[in-house]
Each structure stands twice: as C-alpha cells, then as structure tokens.
Design a protein around this ligand. Structure first.
Ligand SMILES: Nc1ncnc2c1ncn2[C@@H]1O[C@H](COP(=O)(O)OP(=O)(O)O)[C@@H](O)[C@H]1O
Ligand SMILES: [Mg+2]
Length: 277
C-alpha cells in the first residue's frame, strides 16, 4: 500500500507527563487512510498513553493532535468519537451483566448520539472510560433510545462479522476471554468509525485466537476502516501491518515497513534489552 495515502491521524510533538515521568516525549505519529499502522514497543514504552492522549482520555502536556485535518487537541472523548475515531481498551471494558448484543449496541448509541454528555463525573470510570451500564440505562428510557430496531440490526450485523451471532443473547460473563476481546472490538466498530485504535487486541489470546483476530483486523481494514494497532508482540504485527511505528521509553525510535523494522538496529536493541531485563 502506498505511503502517499491521505493522512488521517497526526500528532505533532505530543508529550504526556505524569508528575516527573515523561511517558511520551515529543512524539510525531502518523496513521494513513486505508492502512493498518502498528504502534509497537516494549512494556512501558508509552503506547497506551499515546492512545489515551489521542482519544481524549488524557489531555496532552504539550503538542497537538490532528484527525481528519482538524485540531482535536483537548477535545472530550465523545466528540472525538463522533468525528469517527473509536478505540478499545487494553483492560477490557465489557460489561458482565449485559448481553453481548447490548454491549455492542452501546457502541452505536455512543457513536451516533450525545454519548457521555449524559455522564456526571462520578459516573466515569477511574481509567477515563465510560460507565456503559449507566449509559445503557439512560438509552432504555422512552424517548431517549429511539431507532431501537435499526440499532439492533446494525449491532447484529457487526456480531456476525465477528462470528458472535450465536452468542448475541448470552450474558457477556459467559464468554471466553477471546470472545470478550471480540465483543469489545465489535463495540468499537459498530458505529463505522473512520479510524479505530486497538490497544493490544490479542494480549492473553492463544495462537489460534491470535490468528483469528489478525484476520478480523485485515477484514476490518478491507471494509474501509483504518486501524492503529497497538501491539507488544512484534511477530504478530509483521504479517498484517502496512506501516510500523516503534516507541521506546516514550520516544519514537523508528518507523517504516515491517521488513524495515525487522532490520532496524535500534528496534532490535530495544527488544533485546527488554528480554534481558
Ligand atoms: N496514569 C498514569 N499515571 C502515572 N504513570 C503512568 C500512567 N499511565 C502510564 N504511566 C507510566 O507511563 C509509562 C508508559 O506507560 P504506558 O503508556 O501504559 O506504556 P505501554 O502501553 O507502552 O506499555 C510507564 O512508565 C507507566 O508506568
Ligand atoms: Mg499499554
């Protein structure tokens, strides 16, 4: 795929400090339309921090974030979501006492509507995520939900894409861990975002499940959704990424094609250094 494709997401000098710790230092990221861009690096490199700063969970300490040519720095998560940027969480946010279908329908409500504007600050989870159960309860009220049938059909189509049709009415607590990861991806994709940020979608999965999710990510890209794939495991991304960006200790140390990254001395050193920790 051509690297001349349109830039969808761009950060310029993005930094995030936690007290004295600079988790992200002057990072310029680029993700292009129609591509799978992998953001990789050892544990603690700043990958999740970058996702949080881009999706509005954290406000960058310095630097700017541009999406679809708009400066979205400091925007609230729901506004960024409505512009077409969704995400999954490294720590799953699947709601156990809701069905699989309900978990996915919530994603559609959030994308198409005012979303977390309904949420008082004490309803937000400490991680900066949403209290989906509360959102769901709100949308069940007469006059708030609306268009219930079409929302249900759209969510069912997304479940089919993810191979979860048979489990639509299961309580999500009954799902395997792999199916919970899929449910979370389905919720991020049901609203047909322009760009989805996937934070370690295969962490904790076995080899077969990892291959299946890799296929789903390729299929997702082929439906026209661009992907920023955060992964810890360099092997998994080599087969499916168009471009790779490598972070280490909060800094961008390399970017290029998967083949280029496999040969890159700085990248090899970062991963070898980790293994000898
Ligand atoms: N909310 C936070 N408060 C303080 N330190 C944090 C917070 N989130 C992340 N960090 C620190 O920032 C660094 C980068 O973390 P993170 O972005 O989670 O890395 P990665 O996702 O690449 O493993 C780590 O040193 C981590 O301990
Ligand atoms: Mg992380």
């Amino acid at each position: 795929m051509s690297v001349a494709a349109t830039i969808l997401l761009e950060t310029k000098g993005l930094s995030v400090a936690f007290g004295g710790l600079l988790a992200l230092a002057q990072v310029d990221l680029t993700a292009r339309a129609g591509q799978i861009t992998a953001l990789i690096g050892p544990n603690g490199a700043g990958k999740t921090t970058a996702v949080n700063a881009v999706s509005g969970v954290y406000r960058p300490t310095t630097g700017r974030v541009f999406f679809k040519g708009e400066d979205i720095t400091g925007w609230k998560p729901h506004r960024i979501r409505r512009l077409g940027l969704t995400r999954t969480f490294q720590n799953l946010q699947v709601f156990q006492n809701m069905t699989v279908l309900e978990n996915v329908m919530v994603g559609l409500h959030l994308s198409r509507t005012r979303g977390d504007r309904y949420l008082a600050p004490w309803r937000r989870s400490p991680a900066g995520g949403l209290d989906y159960e509360f959102v769901w309860a709100m949308f069940r009220l007469p006059g708030v939900g609306g268009q219930e049938r079409r929302i249900r059909e759209r969510a069912m189509a997304t479940l089919e894409f993810f191979g979860l049709t048979d489990k639509a009415d299961w309580p999500s607590s009954a799902l395997s861990y792999g199916d919970m990861k899929r449910t979370e991806m389905a919720r991020a994709l049901v609203g047909e975002p322009t760009l989805v940020l996937l934070d370690e979608p295969v962490a904790g999965l076995n080899a077969r499940e990892t291959d299946e999710v890799a296929e789903l990510i390729l299929k997702t890209r082929d439906t026209g959704v661009s992907v920023l794939l955060i992964e810890h495991d360099m092997n998994m991304i080599m087969g499916i990424s168009d471009q790779v960006i490598v972070l280490n200790y909060g800094q961008l140390i390399a970017e290029g094609t998967p083949a280029e990254m496999q040969q890159n001395p700085a990248v090899i050193a970062a991963y070898l250094g980790e293994e000898t920790d």
